[in-house]
Write a protein that binds this ligand. Structure first.
Ligand code: SF4
Ligand code: SF4
Length: 628
Protein backbone atom coordinates (compact mmCIF):
# COMPACT_ATOMS: atom_id res chain seq x y z
CA UNK A 1 0.00 0.00 0.00
CA UNK A 2 1.34 3.43 -0.94
CA UNK A 3 1.42 5.82 1.99
CA UNK A 4 1.77 9.56 2.02
CA UNK A 5 5.02 10.59 3.75
CA UNK A 6 5.18 13.30 6.34
CA UNK A 7 7.28 15.29 3.85
CA UNK A 8 9.00 15.35 0.46
CA UNK A 9 11.53 12.57 -0.18
CA UNK A 10 14.93 13.71 -1.44
CA UNK A 11 17.88 11.36 -2.20
CA UNK A 12 20.38 11.62 0.64
CA UNK A 13 23.69 11.39 -1.20
CA UNK A 14 24.90 12.06 -4.73
CA UNK A 15 28.12 10.52 -6.03
CA UNK A 16 30.83 12.69 -7.61
CA UNK A 17 29.88 11.26 -11.01
CA UNK A 18 26.24 12.27 -10.48
CA UNK A 19 27.27 15.76 -9.43
CA UNK A 20 29.51 16.16 -12.48
CA UNK A 21 26.71 14.91 -14.73
CA UNK A 22 24.30 17.36 -13.14
CA UNK A 23 26.67 20.31 -13.66
CA UNK A 24 27.28 19.28 -17.28
CA UNK A 25 23.56 19.01 -17.98
CA UNK A 26 22.85 22.39 -16.37
CA UNK A 27 25.58 24.00 -18.49
CA UNK A 28 24.24 22.44 -21.71
CA UNK A 29 20.65 23.39 -20.89
CA UNK A 30 21.64 26.94 -19.87
CA UNK A 31 23.70 27.37 -23.04
CA UNK A 32 20.73 26.19 -25.14
CA UNK A 33 18.57 28.79 -23.40
CA UNK A 34 21.05 31.62 -23.76
CA UNK A 35 21.88 30.88 -27.40
CA UNK A 36 18.39 31.98 -28.44
CA UNK A 37 17.48 34.28 -25.56
CA UNK A 38 20.72 36.26 -25.95
CA UNK A 39 19.97 36.72 -29.66
CA UNK A 40 16.45 37.95 -28.88
CA UNK A 41 17.74 40.42 -26.27
CA UNK A 42 20.33 41.63 -28.75
CA UNK A 43 17.61 42.41 -31.32
CA UNK A 44 15.51 44.20 -28.73
CA UNK A 45 18.41 46.29 -27.41
CA UNK A 46 19.67 47.11 -30.91
CA UNK A 47 16.22 48.45 -31.88
CA UNK A 48 15.69 52.19 -31.87
CA UNK A 49 15.20 53.79 -28.45
CA UNK A 50 11.67 54.93 -27.58
CA UNK A 51 12.18 58.67 -27.38
CA UNK A 52 8.97 59.42 -25.50
CA UNK A 53 9.38 56.58 -22.98
CA UNK A 54 9.64 57.41 -19.30
CA UNK A 55 9.49 55.11 -16.33
CA UNK A 56 7.38 57.43 -14.17
CA UNK A 57 4.83 57.38 -12.65
CA UNK A 58 6.12 54.12 -11.27
CA UNK A 59 3.06 53.52 -9.04
CA UNK A 60 0.78 52.85 -12.02
CA UNK A 61 3.33 50.51 -13.58
CA UNK A 62 3.65 48.59 -10.33
CA UNK A 63 -0.12 48.34 -9.98
CA UNK A 64 -0.53 47.09 -13.59
CA UNK A 65 2.22 44.56 -12.93
CA UNK A 66 0.62 43.26 -9.74
CA UNK A 67 -2.87 43.18 -11.26
CA UNK A 68 -2.07 41.76 -14.68
CA UNK A 69 1.00 39.60 -13.97
CA UNK A 70 0.80 38.51 -10.34
CA UNK A 71 -3.02 38.30 -10.11
CA UNK A 72 -3.44 37.27 -13.77
CA UNK A 73 -6.58 39.44 -13.67
CA UNK A 74 -6.77 40.27 -17.37
CA UNK A 75 -6.18 36.67 -18.42
CA UNK A 76 -8.94 35.42 -16.13
CA UNK A 77 -11.42 38.21 -16.83
CA UNK A 78 -11.38 37.84 -20.59
CA UNK A 79 -11.50 34.04 -20.78
CA UNK A 80 -12.48 32.84 -17.29
CA UNK A 81 -11.98 29.08 -17.65
CA UNK A 82 -8.88 29.03 -19.81
CA UNK A 83 -7.61 32.07 -17.89
CA UNK A 84 -7.92 30.33 -14.56
CA UNK A 85 -6.16 27.25 -15.94
CA UNK A 86 -3.35 29.52 -17.15
CA UNK A 87 -3.23 31.30 -13.80
CA UNK A 88 -2.86 27.97 -11.97
CA UNK A 89 0.14 27.14 -14.15
CA UNK A 90 1.64 30.58 -13.61
CA UNK A 91 1.13 30.55 -9.84
CA UNK A 92 2.51 27.01 -9.77
CA UNK A 93 5.69 28.25 -11.50
CA UNK A 94 6.03 31.08 -8.98
CA UNK A 95 5.66 28.69 -6.03
CA UNK A 96 8.18 26.35 -7.67
CA UNK A 97 10.92 28.96 -8.03
CA UNK A 98 12.21 28.22 -4.51
CA UNK A 99 11.55 24.48 -4.80
CA UNK A 100 13.58 24.34 -8.03
CA UNK A 101 16.53 26.27 -6.60
CA UNK A 102 16.58 23.94 -3.63
CA UNK A 103 16.21 20.93 -5.94
CA UNK A 104 19.47 21.69 -7.77
CA UNK A 105 21.18 22.68 -4.53
CA UNK A 106 20.29 19.24 -3.13
CA UNK A 107 21.97 17.62 -6.14
CA UNK A 108 25.16 19.53 -5.28
CA UNK A 109 24.85 18.69 -1.58
CA UNK A 110 23.93 22.22 -0.49
CA UNK A 111 20.16 21.98 -0.16
CA UNK A 112 18.79 24.81 1.98
CA UNK A 113 15.18 23.72 2.54
CA UNK A 114 15.13 20.96 5.13
CA UNK A 115 12.17 18.63 4.38
CA UNK A 116 12.07 17.75 8.06
CA UNK A 117 12.31 21.31 9.40
CA UNK A 118 9.05 23.21 10.01
CA UNK A 119 9.60 25.74 7.21
CA UNK A 120 10.73 23.21 4.61
CA UNK A 121 7.87 20.86 5.45
CA UNK A 122 5.33 23.71 5.30
CA UNK A 123 6.71 25.10 2.05
CA UNK A 124 6.85 21.71 0.34
CA UNK A 125 3.23 21.05 1.27
CA UNK A 126 2.23 24.48 0.02
CA UNK A 127 4.09 23.82 -3.24
CA UNK A 128 2.27 20.48 -3.49
CA UNK A 129 -1.08 22.30 -3.44
CA UNK A 130 0.19 24.56 -6.26
CA UNK A 131 1.53 21.50 -8.08
CA UNK A 132 -1.93 19.91 -8.02
CA UNK A 133 -3.53 23.09 -9.33
CA UNK A 134 -0.81 23.50 -11.94
CA UNK A 135 -1.21 19.90 -13.15
CA UNK A 136 -4.98 20.36 -13.40
CA UNK A 137 -4.48 23.68 -15.21
CA UNK A 138 -2.06 22.30 -17.79
CA UNK A 139 -4.31 19.31 -18.38
CA UNK A 140 -7.24 21.68 -18.99
CA UNK A 141 -5.19 23.80 -21.41
CA UNK A 142 -4.04 20.66 -23.22
CA UNK A 143 -7.62 19.44 -23.65
CA UNK A 144 -8.68 22.87 -24.92
CA UNK A 145 -5.86 23.16 -27.43
CA UNK A 146 -5.94 19.59 -28.74
CA UNK A 147 -9.56 18.50 -28.34
CA UNK A 148 -11.74 21.63 -28.14
CA UNK A 149 -9.50 23.58 -30.55
CA UNK A 150 -11.08 27.08 -30.65
CA UNK A 151 -10.77 28.58 -34.12
CA UNK A 152 -8.69 31.62 -33.15
CA UNK A 153 -5.88 29.38 -31.94
CA UNK A 154 -4.00 28.22 -35.00
CA UNK A 155 -5.78 25.37 -36.78
CA UNK A 156 -2.42 23.67 -37.15
CA UNK A 157 -1.86 21.42 -34.14
CA UNK A 158 1.15 22.66 -32.22
CA UNK A 159 3.15 19.61 -31.16
CA UNK A 160 5.59 21.90 -29.42
CA UNK A 161 2.73 23.07 -27.13
CA UNK A 162 1.78 19.44 -26.50
CA UNK A 163 5.36 18.55 -25.61
CA UNK A 164 5.66 21.49 -23.23
CA UNK A 165 2.36 20.59 -21.57
CA UNK A 166 3.70 17.08 -21.11
CA UNK A 167 6.92 18.38 -19.54
CA UNK A 168 5.03 20.64 -17.13
CA UNK A 169 2.74 17.78 -16.18
CA UNK A 170 5.78 15.54 -15.65
CA UNK A 171 7.40 18.19 -13.45
CA UNK A 172 4.36 18.34 -11.21
CA UNK A 173 3.81 14.56 -11.20
CA UNK A 174 7.41 13.77 -10.23
CA UNK A 175 7.28 16.34 -7.45
CA UNK A 176 4.01 15.02 -6.05
CA UNK A 177 5.10 11.39 -6.35
CA UNK A 178 8.07 12.14 -4.08
CA UNK A 179 5.63 12.47 -1.18
CA UNK A 180 4.77 8.78 -1.56
CA UNK A 181 8.25 7.24 -1.35
CA UNK A 182 10.89 7.09 1.37
CA UNK A 183 14.08 9.10 0.82
CA UNK A 184 16.08 5.87 1.09
CA UNK A 185 13.98 4.23 -1.63
CA UNK A 186 15.72 4.05 -5.06
CA UNK A 187 12.46 5.41 -6.48
CA UNK A 188 13.25 8.74 -4.78
CA UNK A 189 16.44 9.00 -6.84
CA UNK A 190 14.60 8.08 -10.06
CA UNK A 191 11.95 10.72 -9.38
CA UNK A 192 14.63 13.30 -8.56
CA UNK A 193 16.44 12.70 -11.86
CA UNK A 194 13.20 12.61 -13.86
CA UNK A 195 12.26 15.99 -12.35
CA UNK A 196 15.74 17.36 -13.12
CA UNK A 197 15.67 16.20 -16.74
CA UNK A 198 12.19 17.65 -17.26
CA UNK A 199 13.42 21.08 -16.04
CA UNK A 200 16.61 20.96 -18.08
CA UNK A 201 14.70 19.96 -21.23
CA UNK A 202 12.11 22.69 -20.66
CA UNK A 203 14.62 25.52 -20.15
CA UNK A 204 16.17 25.71 -23.66
CA UNK A 205 12.76 25.22 -25.29
CA UNK A 206 11.40 28.43 -23.69
CA UNK A 207 13.15 31.03 -25.87
CA UNK A 208 12.78 28.94 -29.02
CA UNK A 209 8.99 28.93 -28.77
CA UNK A 210 6.10 31.20 -27.90
CA UNK A 211 6.83 30.25 -24.28
CA UNK A 212 9.34 33.06 -24.44
CA UNK A 213 6.45 35.09 -23.05
CA UNK A 214 7.15 33.43 -19.68
CA UNK A 215 10.34 35.42 -19.45
CA UNK A 216 9.47 38.56 -21.44
CA UNK A 217 5.83 39.37 -20.74
CA UNK A 218 6.30 40.54 -17.11
CA UNK A 219 8.78 43.12 -18.46
CA UNK A 220 6.49 43.97 -21.39
CA UNK A 221 3.57 44.69 -19.08
CA UNK A 222 5.71 46.70 -16.66
CA UNK A 223 7.28 48.76 -19.45
CA UNK A 224 4.09 49.36 -21.50
CA UNK A 225 3.27 52.92 -22.56
CA UNK A 226 0.89 53.12 -19.62
CA UNK A 227 -2.31 54.14 -21.39
CA UNK A 228 -4.72 52.76 -23.93
CA UNK A 229 -3.83 53.43 -27.57
CA UNK A 230 -0.95 55.78 -26.77
CA UNK A 231 0.37 56.93 -30.12
CA UNK A 232 3.90 58.22 -29.56
CA UNK A 233 4.81 61.55 -31.16
CA UNK A 234 7.10 61.50 -34.20
CA UNK A 235 10.55 62.61 -33.12
CA UNK A 236 12.69 65.00 -35.17
CA UNK A 237 12.78 65.46 -38.94
CA UNK A 238 13.83 61.90 -39.72
CA UNK A 239 10.92 60.06 -38.07
CA UNK A 240 8.17 59.18 -40.55
CA UNK A 241 6.60 56.27 -38.70
CA UNK A 242 7.23 52.54 -39.06
CA UNK A 243 8.71 52.06 -42.51
CA UNK A 244 11.65 49.66 -42.05
CA UNK A 245 13.42 47.67 -39.36
CA UNK A 246 15.40 50.76 -38.36
CA UNK A 247 12.12 52.35 -37.22
CA UNK A 248 11.17 49.51 -34.87
CA UNK A 249 11.61 50.73 -31.33
CA UNK A 250 12.71 48.67 -28.35
CA UNK A 251 9.15 48.55 -27.01
CA UNK A 252 7.77 47.31 -30.34
CA UNK A 253 10.45 44.63 -30.60
CA UNK A 254 9.93 43.55 -27.00
CA UNK A 255 6.19 43.27 -27.64
CA UNK A 256 6.70 41.33 -30.87
CA UNK A 257 8.77 38.73 -29.02
CA UNK A 258 6.32 38.60 -26.10
CA UNK A 259 3.30 37.53 -28.17
CA UNK A 260 2.03 34.18 -26.92
CA UNK A 261 -0.03 33.58 -30.07
CA UNK A 262 -3.21 33.16 -28.03
CA UNK A 263 -5.31 34.83 -30.75
CA UNK A 264 -7.41 36.89 -28.35
CA UNK A 265 -6.74 40.00 -30.44
CA UNK A 266 -7.93 38.29 -33.61
CA UNK A 267 -10.93 36.71 -31.91
CA UNK A 268 -12.29 40.18 -31.12
CA UNK A 269 -11.10 42.05 -34.21
CA UNK A 270 -13.97 43.34 -36.38
CA UNK A 271 -11.74 43.33 -39.47
CA UNK A 272 -10.55 39.74 -39.01
CA UNK A 273 -14.13 38.66 -38.27
CA UNK A 274 -15.55 40.11 -41.47
CA UNK A 275 -13.17 38.66 -44.02
CA UNK A 276 -10.55 41.40 -44.23
CA UNK A 277 -6.84 40.75 -44.72
CA UNK A 278 -6.04 42.38 -41.37
CA UNK A 279 -5.33 39.97 -38.55
CA UNK A 280 -3.79 41.70 -35.51
CA UNK A 281 -2.02 38.57 -34.30
CA UNK A 282 -0.40 38.11 -37.70
CA UNK A 283 0.67 41.78 -37.70
CA UNK A 284 2.64 41.14 -34.51
CA UNK A 285 4.00 37.79 -35.70
CA UNK A 286 4.94 39.42 -39.02
CA UNK A 287 7.09 41.92 -37.12
CA UNK A 288 8.65 39.07 -35.16
CA UNK A 289 9.46 37.18 -38.37
CA UNK A 290 10.97 40.37 -39.77
CA UNK A 291 13.18 40.78 -36.69
CA UNK A 292 14.20 37.12 -36.77
CA UNK A 293 15.11 37.11 -40.44
CA UNK A 294 16.31 40.66 -41.11
CA UNK A 295 16.90 42.27 -37.71
CA UNK A 296 16.35 45.81 -36.48
CA UNK A 297 19.06 47.34 -38.68
CA UNK A 298 17.37 46.34 -41.92
CA UNK A 299 16.17 48.92 -44.45
CA UNK A 300 13.74 46.44 -46.01
CA UNK A 301 10.12 47.65 -45.80
CA UNK A 302 8.00 46.27 -42.97
CA UNK A 303 4.96 46.06 -45.24
CA UNK A 304 5.18 43.68 -48.16
CA UNK A 305 6.62 40.27 -47.48
CA UNK A 306 5.87 40.21 -43.75
CA UNK A 307 2.53 42.01 -43.63
CA UNK A 308 0.11 42.96 -46.41
CA UNK A 309 0.31 46.70 -47.23
CA UNK A 310 -3.50 47.05 -47.10
CA UNK A 311 -3.83 45.35 -43.69
CA UNK A 312 -3.17 48.37 -41.40
CA UNK A 313 -5.66 50.44 -43.43
CA UNK A 314 -8.47 48.00 -42.67
CA UNK A 315 -8.18 48.73 -38.96
CA UNK A 316 -11.06 50.64 -37.36
CA UNK A 317 -8.81 51.48 -34.36
CA UNK A 318 -11.55 49.97 -32.19
CA UNK A 319 -8.85 48.85 -29.74
CA UNK A 320 -10.37 45.43 -29.02
CA UNK A 321 -7.02 43.79 -29.78
CA UNK A 322 -4.96 45.95 -27.46
CA UNK A 323 -7.62 45.74 -24.76
CA UNK A 324 -7.64 41.96 -24.88
CA UNK A 325 -3.93 41.21 -25.13
CA UNK A 326 -2.76 39.48 -21.94
CA UNK A 327 0.96 40.16 -22.44
CA UNK A 328 0.93 43.92 -22.99
CA UNK A 329 1.19 44.09 -26.78
CA UNK A 330 0.06 47.57 -27.86
CA UNK A 331 -1.38 47.09 -31.31
CA UNK A 332 -2.60 50.62 -31.96
CA UNK A 333 0.74 52.46 -31.87
CA UNK A 334 2.01 49.75 -34.21
CA UNK A 335 -0.92 49.90 -36.65
CA UNK A 336 -0.94 53.70 -36.69
CA UNK A 337 2.86 53.65 -36.97
CA UNK A 338 2.63 51.43 -40.08
CA UNK A 339 0.00 53.78 -41.53
CA UNK A 340 2.25 56.78 -40.82
CA UNK A 341 5.07 55.08 -42.67
CA UNK A 342 2.89 54.31 -45.70
CA UNK A 343 1.26 57.77 -45.78
CA UNK A 344 4.49 59.72 -45.28
CA UNK A 345 6.36 57.82 -47.98
CA UNK A 346 3.45 58.05 -50.40
CA UNK A 347 3.19 54.25 -50.50
CA UNK A 348 -0.51 54.42 -49.57
CA UNK A 349 -2.59 55.44 -52.52
CA UNK A 350 -6.29 55.70 -51.93
CA UNK A 351 -8.68 58.05 -53.71
CA UNK A 352 -10.98 58.37 -50.72
CA UNK A 353 -8.02 59.02 -48.43
CA UNK A 354 -6.66 61.74 -50.75
CA UNK A 355 -10.10 63.33 -50.93
CA UNK A 356 -10.33 63.38 -47.12
CA UNK A 357 -6.85 64.89 -46.74
CA UNK A 358 -7.64 67.53 -49.36
CA UNK A 359 -10.98 68.39 -47.74
CA UNK A 360 -9.22 68.96 -44.41
CA UNK A 361 -6.30 70.87 -45.90
CA UNK A 362 -8.57 73.27 -47.76
CA UNK A 363 -11.66 73.35 -45.60
CA UNK A 364 -12.66 72.79 -42.03
CA UNK A 365 -14.42 69.46 -41.94
CA UNK A 366 -13.97 65.85 -42.94
CA UNK A 367 -17.23 65.78 -44.86
CA UNK A 368 -15.83 68.28 -47.36
CA UNK A 369 -18.75 70.72 -47.02
CA UNK A 370 -18.69 74.52 -47.05
CA UNK A 371 -18.34 76.10 -43.58
CA UNK A 372 -21.40 78.23 -44.37
CA UNK A 373 -23.51 75.06 -44.14
CA UNK A 374 -22.63 74.85 -40.46
CA UNK A 375 -23.59 78.51 -39.96
CA UNK A 376 -27.00 77.85 -41.52
CA UNK A 377 -27.58 74.89 -39.20
CA UNK A 378 -26.58 76.91 -36.11
CA UNK A 379 -28.99 79.63 -37.06
CA UNK A 380 -31.83 77.25 -37.86
CA UNK A 381 -31.36 75.32 -34.61
CA UNK A 382 -31.14 78.57 -32.62
CA UNK A 383 -27.83 77.62 -30.99
CA UNK A 384 -26.32 80.51 -28.98
CA UNK A 385 -22.84 81.72 -29.89
CA UNK A 386 -20.10 81.08 -27.38
CA UNK A 387 -18.90 84.48 -26.12
CA UNK A 388 -16.57 83.49 -23.29
CA UNK A 389 -19.16 84.01 -20.54
CA UNK A 390 -20.89 80.63 -20.76
CA UNK A 391 -19.78 77.57 -18.82
CA UNK A 392 -19.84 75.11 -21.71
CA UNK A 393 -18.65 75.28 -25.25
CA UNK A 394 -20.87 72.84 -27.16
CA UNK A 395 -18.46 71.35 -29.67
CA UNK A 396 -20.31 70.18 -32.78
CA UNK A 397 -17.60 68.15 -34.52
CA UNK A 398 -17.85 67.33 -38.23
CA UNK A 399 -20.78 64.97 -37.77
CA UNK A 400 -22.70 67.33 -35.48
CA UNK A 401 -22.10 70.32 -37.73
CA UNK A 402 -22.60 68.80 -41.17
CA UNK A 403 -24.24 65.36 -41.10
CA UNK A 404 -28.08 65.68 -41.14
CA UNK A 405 -28.57 62.99 -38.47
CA UNK A 406 -25.67 64.29 -36.40
CA UNK A 407 -27.35 67.71 -36.47
CA UNK A 408 -30.54 66.19 -35.10
CA UNK A 409 -28.51 64.82 -32.17
CA UNK A 410 -26.91 68.21 -31.51
CA UNK A 411 -30.25 70.03 -31.76
CA UNK A 412 -31.86 67.63 -29.28
CA UNK A 413 -28.90 67.77 -26.91
CA UNK A 414 -29.09 71.59 -27.01
CA UNK A 415 -32.82 71.34 -26.12
CA UNK A 416 -31.91 69.19 -23.13
CA UNK A 417 -29.18 71.61 -22.06
CA UNK A 418 -31.66 74.48 -22.25
CA UNK A 419 -34.20 72.46 -20.28
CA UNK A 420 -31.55 71.94 -17.58
CA UNK A 421 -30.68 75.63 -17.62
CA UNK A 422 -27.05 74.93 -18.57
CA UNK A 423 -25.16 77.91 -19.92
CA UNK A 424 -23.56 77.06 -23.24
CA UNK A 425 -22.70 78.33 -26.67
CA UNK A 426 -21.16 77.12 -29.90
CA UNK A 427 -18.06 78.52 -31.56
CA UNK A 428 -18.64 80.50 -34.74
CA UNK A 429 -15.75 78.66 -36.32
CA UNK A 430 -14.64 75.16 -35.52
CA UNK A 431 -12.34 72.81 -37.39
CA UNK A 432 -12.23 69.03 -37.43
CA UNK A 433 -10.33 67.80 -34.34
CA UNK A 434 -8.13 65.80 -36.72
CA UNK A 435 -9.28 62.41 -35.42
CA UNK A 436 -9.45 60.65 -38.82
CA UNK A 437 -6.11 61.99 -40.03
CA UNK A 438 -4.42 61.23 -36.71
CA UNK A 439 -5.52 57.59 -36.97
CA UNK A 440 -4.72 57.42 -40.68
CA UNK A 441 -1.15 58.52 -40.02
CA UNK A 442 -1.17 62.03 -41.55
CA UNK A 443 0.60 63.79 -38.69
CA UNK A 444 1.33 67.00 -40.53
CA UNK A 445 -2.33 67.65 -41.16
CA UNK A 446 -3.27 66.54 -37.67
CA UNK A 447 -0.78 68.95 -36.12
CA UNK A 448 -2.13 71.81 -38.21
CA UNK A 449 -5.74 71.11 -37.16
CA UNK A 450 -4.86 70.59 -33.49
CA UNK A 451 -2.85 73.82 -33.30
CA UNK A 452 -5.48 75.91 -35.07
CA UNK A 453 -8.22 74.57 -32.82
CA UNK A 454 -6.16 75.06 -29.65
CA UNK A 455 -5.47 78.66 -30.67
CA UNK A 456 -9.12 79.36 -31.40
CA UNK A 457 -10.27 77.81 -28.11
CA UNK A 458 -7.75 79.91 -26.17
CA UNK A 459 -8.83 83.09 -28.00
CA UNK A 460 -12.46 82.31 -27.18
CA UNK A 461 -11.58 81.61 -23.53
CA UNK A 462 -13.12 78.14 -23.60
CA UNK A 463 -12.70 76.31 -20.30
CA UNK A 464 -15.07 73.35 -20.71
CA UNK A 465 -16.18 71.47 -23.78
CA UNK A 466 -19.10 69.09 -24.07
CA UNK A 467 -19.69 67.15 -27.27
CA UNK A 468 -21.83 64.36 -28.72
CA UNK A 469 -18.82 62.70 -30.37
CA UNK A 470 -16.53 60.33 -28.42
CA UNK A 471 -13.91 60.61 -31.18
CA UNK A 472 -13.73 64.37 -30.59
CA UNK A 473 -13.49 63.77 -26.81
CA UNK A 474 -10.56 61.39 -27.21
CA UNK A 475 -8.71 63.48 -29.75
CA UNK A 476 -9.11 66.74 -27.83
CA UNK A 477 -8.24 65.25 -24.47
CA UNK A 478 -5.38 62.94 -25.40
CA UNK A 479 -4.02 63.59 -28.88
CA UNK A 480 -3.98 67.38 -28.76
CA UNK A 481 -1.75 67.27 -25.66
CA UNK A 482 1.18 66.88 -27.99
CA UNK A 483 0.69 70.49 -29.09
CA UNK A 484 -0.73 72.35 -26.08
CA UNK A 485 -3.12 72.20 -23.16
CA UNK A 486 -6.67 71.41 -24.21
CA UNK A 487 -9.68 72.58 -22.17
CA UNK A 488 -11.60 70.11 -20.04
CA UNK A 489 -13.80 67.96 -22.23
CA UNK A 490 -16.63 65.55 -21.60
CA UNK A 491 -19.03 63.43 -23.59
CA UNK A 492 -22.72 64.27 -23.54
CA UNK A 493 -23.47 60.93 -21.84
CA UNK A 494 -21.38 62.04 -18.87
CA UNK A 495 -23.08 65.43 -18.84
CA UNK A 496 -26.57 63.89 -19.04
CA UNK A 497 -25.85 61.27 -16.39
CA UNK A 498 -24.76 64.01 -13.98
CA UNK A 499 -28.19 65.58 -14.32
CA UNK A 500 -30.12 62.31 -14.51
CA UNK A 501 -32.24 63.14 -11.45
CA UNK A 502 -33.44 66.35 -13.14
CA UNK A 503 -34.40 64.63 -16.38
CA UNK A 504 -37.90 63.24 -16.92
CA UNK A 505 -38.36 59.49 -16.60
CA UNK A 506 -40.49 58.30 -19.48
CA UNK A 507 -43.36 55.95 -18.69
CA UNK A 508 -42.36 53.51 -21.38
CA UNK A 509 -41.65 49.79 -21.54
CA UNK A 510 -39.95 50.14 -24.90
CA UNK A 511 -36.95 47.83 -25.15
CA UNK A 512 -33.82 49.75 -26.09
CA UNK A 513 -30.59 47.94 -26.91
CA UNK A 514 -27.56 50.09 -26.20
CA UNK A 515 -24.48 49.84 -28.39
CA UNK A 516 -21.19 50.76 -26.65
CA UNK A 517 -19.09 52.94 -28.99
CA UNK A 518 -15.42 51.91 -28.92
CA UNK A 519 -14.20 55.46 -28.31
CA UNK A 520 -16.50 55.90 -25.32
CA UNK A 521 -16.15 52.42 -23.81
CA UNK A 522 -12.70 50.98 -24.29
CA UNK A 523 -11.08 54.38 -24.89
CA UNK A 524 -12.75 56.30 -22.04
CA UNK A 525 -14.11 53.61 -19.77
CA UNK A 526 -17.59 55.16 -19.87
CA UNK A 527 -20.18 52.38 -19.73
CA UNK A 528 -22.66 53.20 -17.01
CA UNK A 529 -23.53 56.82 -17.82
CA UNK A 530 -25.21 56.18 -21.21
CA UNK A 531 -27.02 53.20 -19.71
CA UNK A 532 -28.41 55.42 -16.95
CA UNK A 533 -29.81 57.71 -19.66
CA UNK A 534 -31.27 54.83 -21.67
CA UNK A 535 -33.02 53.62 -18.53
CA UNK A 536 -34.82 56.95 -18.28
CA UNK A 537 -36.28 56.39 -21.73
CA UNK A 538 -37.25 52.72 -21.63
CA UNK A 539 -36.09 49.24 -20.71
CA UNK A 540 -32.37 48.68 -21.25
CA UNK A 541 -31.47 45.56 -23.24
CA UNK A 542 -27.88 44.29 -23.53
CA UNK A 543 -26.38 43.04 -26.79
CA UNK A 544 -24.48 39.74 -26.47
CA UNK A 545 -21.20 41.62 -26.93
CA UNK A 546 -21.34 44.66 -24.69
CA UNK A 547 -19.22 47.03 -22.61
CA UNK A 548 -15.49 46.38 -23.11
CA UNK A 549 -16.31 43.48 -25.45
CA UNK A 550 -18.53 45.59 -27.67
CA UNK A 551 -18.17 45.00 -31.39
CA UNK A 552 -17.20 48.00 -33.50
CA UNK A 553 -19.57 49.79 -35.91
CA UNK A 554 -16.80 49.97 -38.50
CA UNK A 555 -16.37 53.76 -38.66
CA UNK A 556 -13.25 54.47 -36.59
CA UNK A 557 -9.69 55.03 -37.72
CA UNK A 558 -10.89 57.14 -40.64
CA UNK A 559 -12.68 54.16 -42.20
CA UNK A 560 -15.99 56.04 -42.28
CA UNK A 561 -14.42 58.06 -45.10
CA UNK A 562 -12.64 55.30 -47.00
CA UNK A 563 -15.48 53.89 -49.11
CA UNK A 564 -16.58 50.29 -49.53
CA UNK A 565 -15.10 47.57 -47.40
CA UNK A 566 -13.96 44.22 -48.68
CA UNK A 567 -15.72 41.17 -47.22
CA UNK A 568 -18.74 41.57 -44.99
CA UNK A 569 -19.48 45.06 -43.67
CA UNK A 570 -18.61 45.48 -40.00
CA UNK A 571 -21.64 47.73 -39.46
CA UNK A 572 -23.99 45.10 -40.91
CA UNK A 573 -22.61 42.38 -38.65
CA UNK A 574 -23.06 44.54 -35.56
CA UNK A 575 -26.47 45.84 -36.66
CA UNK A 576 -27.70 42.24 -37.16
CA UNK A 577 -26.55 41.42 -33.63
CA UNK A 578 -28.44 44.42 -32.24
CA UNK A 579 -31.58 43.59 -34.24
CA UNK A 580 -31.46 39.98 -33.00
CA UNK A 581 -32.01 41.19 -29.42
CA UNK A 582 -35.60 41.95 -30.45
CA UNK A 583 -35.34 45.52 -29.11
CA UNK A 584 -37.62 48.09 -30.73
CA UNK A 585 -34.94 50.77 -30.54
CA UNK A 586 -31.18 50.87 -30.96
CA UNK A 587 -29.61 53.42 -28.65
CA UNK A 588 -26.29 54.97 -29.66
CA UNK A 589 -23.95 57.53 -28.15
CA UNK A 590 -21.74 58.40 -31.11
CA UNK A 591 -22.70 60.12 -34.36
CA UNK A 592 -20.38 57.80 -36.32
CA UNK A 593 -22.09 54.66 -34.95
CA UNK A 594 -25.39 56.34 -35.70
CA UNK A 595 -24.39 56.97 -39.29
CA UNK A 596 -23.06 53.43 -39.84
CA UNK A 597 -26.14 51.75 -38.37
CA UNK A 598 -28.46 54.06 -40.28
CA UNK A 599 -27.22 52.55 -43.54
CA UNK A 600 -27.08 49.00 -42.17
CA UNK A 601 -30.60 49.14 -40.71
CA UNK A 602 -32.04 50.73 -43.87
CA UNK A 603 -31.70 47.33 -45.49
CA UNK A 604 -34.16 45.86 -43.00
CA UNK A 605 -36.94 48.07 -44.36
CA UNK A 606 -40.03 48.57 -42.20
CA UNK A 607 -39.05 45.84 -39.74
CA UNK A 608 -35.89 47.71 -38.70
CA UNK A 609 -35.78 49.04 -35.14
CA UNK A 610 -35.61 52.79 -34.81
CA UNK A 611 -32.19 54.30 -34.21
CA UNK A 612 -31.79 57.06 -31.65
CA UNK A 613 -28.87 58.70 -29.90
CA UNK A 614 -29.18 59.02 -26.11
CA UNK A 615 -29.67 62.80 -26.53
CA UNK A 616 -32.64 62.15 -28.78
CA UNK A 617 -34.01 59.53 -26.41
CA UNK A 618 -33.81 62.09 -23.60
CA UNK A 619 -35.24 64.97 -25.61
CA UNK A 620 -38.36 63.06 -26.57
CA UNK A 621 -39.30 62.91 -22.89
CA UNK A 622 -39.09 66.69 -22.41
CA UNK A 623 -42.22 68.79 -22.07
CA UNK A 624 -43.36 70.10 -25.49
CA UNK A 625 -41.54 73.46 -25.33
CA UNK A 626 -38.30 71.91 -24.07
CA UNK A 627 -37.80 74.40 -21.25
CA UNK A 628 -38.31 74.03 -17.53
S1 SF4 B 1 -7.98 48.06 -33.41
FE1 SF4 B 1 -9.84 46.84 -33.82
S2 SF4 B 1 -9.91 46.70 -36.06
FE2 SF4 B 1 -7.85 47.36 -35.53
S3 SF4 B 1 -6.68 45.47 -35.45
FE3 SF4 B 1 -7.34 45.92 -33.39
S4 SF4 B 1 -9.25 44.78 -33.14
FE4 SF4 B 1 -8.81 44.88 -35.34
S1 SF4 C 1 -0.81 39.99 -29.67
FE1 SF4 C 1 -1.52 39.52 -27.60
S2 SF4 C 1 -3.68 38.90 -27.85
FE2 SF4 C 1 -2.72 38.81 -29.88
S3 SF4 C 1 -2.04 36.70 -30.10
FE3 SF4 C 1 -0.29 37.85 -29.30
S4 SF4 C 1 -0.46 37.62 -27.07
FE4 SF4 C 1 -2.46 37.01 -27.91
Amino acid sequence: MILLNATLAEPQHFSIAEKLLLVALVVVSGAGFWRRFGAVLDKIFKSKKDASFHLFPIGKRTWDFVWEVVCQAKVIRQRPLAGLAHAFVFWGFCAFALVTLNHFAVGLGIGFLDPNGWFGRLYFYLAAVFALACAAGILGLFIRRFLVRPKWLSQKLSWESGFIALLIFLLMATYLAAFFVADTDPAARILWWAHTLAILTFLPIIPHTKHLHLVLSPATIFLSRGGFSQIPPLVGDEDFGLIAGTDLTQLVSLQAYSCVECGRCTEHCPAANTGKVLNPKEIILGLRDYLNELGPASEEPLLGKYNAPEAPFQCTTCGACEFQCPVGVEHLPILVGLRRGAVNTGAWENDYGSKLFLALERGSNSLGMAASERDKFIEKAGLPNFDGTQVYCLWLGCMGGYDPKGREIVADFARVMKYLGASFGVLRKEKCTGDPVRRLGNDLLFQQLAEENLKSLAENKVKKIVTICPHCVRTIQEDWKEFGTPPEVEHHSEFLARFADKLPKQASEEKIVYHDPCYLGRYRNVYQEPRAIVELAGELVEAPRNRERSFCCGAGGGLAFLGEETGERVSHVRAAELVATGAKTVGTACPFCNSMFRDALAEKGDSAPQLLDIARLTARGLPENGTS
